[in-house]
Design a protein around this ligand. Structure first.
Ligand code: EPU
Length: 442
């Protein structure tokens, strides 16, 4: 599994019932692996999921001389940076287009080697996804940034120095960039306008274990006192709350009942409130959360995606499928990415009534309102979805296509499902465990 051309034929209408187990969050684990580059001794990371984004980051680290081996328990990686030498420009190039994580290698590489090269960045096609904040942050620390045809070359002739940064928007990646660079920069760094997602807090936990001094103040301010030396860490990664929300929505849309082992209430409060308002039910246990359709009609909701503690952008796509079954009009205003509704075309083809608008509907005006971006969705239901041949556009949109096919009447063919393995570990095996009726073709 993992080829982009993989195709799955799904016979819909079967409720998903059973139990699955989560591992660590994709959006923490990949950054935690980069943090290992900062240590003088090996790091041990637990609950690493077997997903292609992790494989991409592993190979980028290996190119730089990090030795990666499996630990004693399943999902445990030992990352040994003691042989990190110099950046191998040509080989990194071969990975261009496959991930956005390389931009986060800059700070650690500049500290270790005095230079870094970052290929053109990939990731999901869900908007422009620029890296201007990242480059500005690195320049603030004293990096010299030089754009070249195949990527960006950086150097730090005078070392990196603590600085004051104010982000124009609480970007997750730019906040991580500041953290991974400031911990070894000389002096104090003050970051205003930081993102405070739970995955960022867990990255801070890891950096503190390594020897960093970081305080998170009120009002999105983070202060970092640079230190001269960091050691390796031992850490069990925070669970993947995006995956948890995806299976929760799948349970709701298919009339199912799924126990998501490893899910925790604290990092999902906002999702749980919306899930309940739509008509879903959940039981919170010590070892996970049971999500189910308790019977009765689903209800429409108005959602605005936002940075934490708001409703995460990665939660909307799977939930939209359940909303096609709700009686009435739901609105989803996407305020994090300007183009995250590409996946709805397939749902419309399957019988959903969804209109996309350029206006900011259902909430506060956002950055995209006056800029001609299709970023609000109006979903009118209930609709009965029917099978169709659909093509996965991106990671979260792809998972929503799976849910649509699983909840539809008749047979659907979903192509390009390999993209889903970027962020969902063993999803084919999990679908089997939950009783889905499908055939995988390659
Ligand atoms: N932005 C800029 N300039 C920058 C950086 C970001 O304009 O230099 C903009 C983006 O274009 C976007 C907004 O700021 O409109 C927020 O982007 P952010 O930097 O917060 O996102 P990211 O770090 O690139 C991570 C996750 C995403 C998740 C977002 C929001 C990873 C690898 N990716 O992206 O996850 O949606 O934060 O929480 O951590 C996914 O898992 O499917 C996924 C897309």
């Amino acid at each position: 599994m993992g080829l982009l051309g993989d195709k799955i034929t799904i016979h819909g209408g079967q409720p998903l019932i059973g139990r699955i187990e989560l591992k660590g969050a994709k959006n923490l684990v990949t950054k935690a692996m980069v943090a290992a580059l900062l240590g003088e001794s090996p790091s041990i990371l637990r609950d690493v999921p077997d997903i292609s984004d992790v494989r991409v980051v592993s190979s980028l680290l290996e190119i730089h001389g990090v030795k990666i081996t499996n630990g004693t328990e399943e999902g445990e990686l030992v990352l040994d940076p003691s042989a990190v030498e110099s950046a191998h420009f040509a080989e990194i190039d071969a990975h261009a287009g496959s991930s956005r994580i390389p931009i986060l290698f800059c700070g650690p590489l500049l500290h270790r080697l005095g230079e870094a090269f970052i290929p053109d960045l990939g990731g999901c096609r869900i908007g422009d996804r620029p890296i201007d904040y990242h480059l500005e942050v690195l320049r603030n620390f004293g990096a010299v940034v030089e754009k070249q045809p195949s990527g960006i070359r950086m150097s730090a002739p005078n070392g990196l120095k603590g600085t004051k940064v104010e982000l124009p928007y609480p970007s997750v990646g730019a906040t991580e960039q500041v953290l991974l660079t400031a911990v070894r920069a000389e002096g104090i760094t003050e970051l205003k306008g930081a993102a405070i997602e739970p995955e960022i807090m867990d990255l801070i936990n890891i950096l503190q274990k390594m020897g960093a001094i970081i305080s998170v103040d009120t009002d999105r301010v983070i202060r970092i006192e640079g230190v001269e030396r960091l050691e390796g860490y031992t850490h069990r990664a925070l669970f993947d709350r995006n995956e948890a929300a995806s299976w929760a929505s799948a349970a709701l849309a298919t009339n199912g009942d799924v126990f998501v082992g490893g899910a925790r209430q604290q990092e999902m409060t906002t999702f749980l409130n919306v899930f309940r308002k739509v008509g879903g039910a959940f039981d919170i246990e010590d070892d996970g959360i049971r999500f189910y359709h308790p019977g009765g009609e689903l209800k429409p909701v108005v959602i605005e995606t936002d940075v934490h503690p708001g409703f995460m952008t990665d939660w909307q796509q799977p939930l939209v499928v359940a909303l096609t079954r709700a009686k009435g009009v739901s609105i989803v205003h996407e305020t994090v990415y300007e183009q995250r509704f590409g996946f709805v075309d397939a749902l419309v083809e399957m019988g959903a009534t969804i209109q996309i608008h350029k206006e900011c509907l259902g909430g506060q005006p956002c950055r995209f309102g006056q800029r001609n971006f299709n970023h609000s969705a109006v979903i009118s239901g209930p609709s009965k979805l029917h099978g169709a041949d659909i093509v996965v556009p991106d990671l979260r949109g792809g998972f929503s296509h799976l849910i649509a096919a699983l909840s539809a009447e008749g047979t659907s063919t979903v192509s390009n499902v390999g993209i889903i393995s970027r962020g969902y570990e063993n999803f084919i095996q999990k679908l089997e465990q939950l009783g889905a009726d499908f055939v995988l073709e390659s």
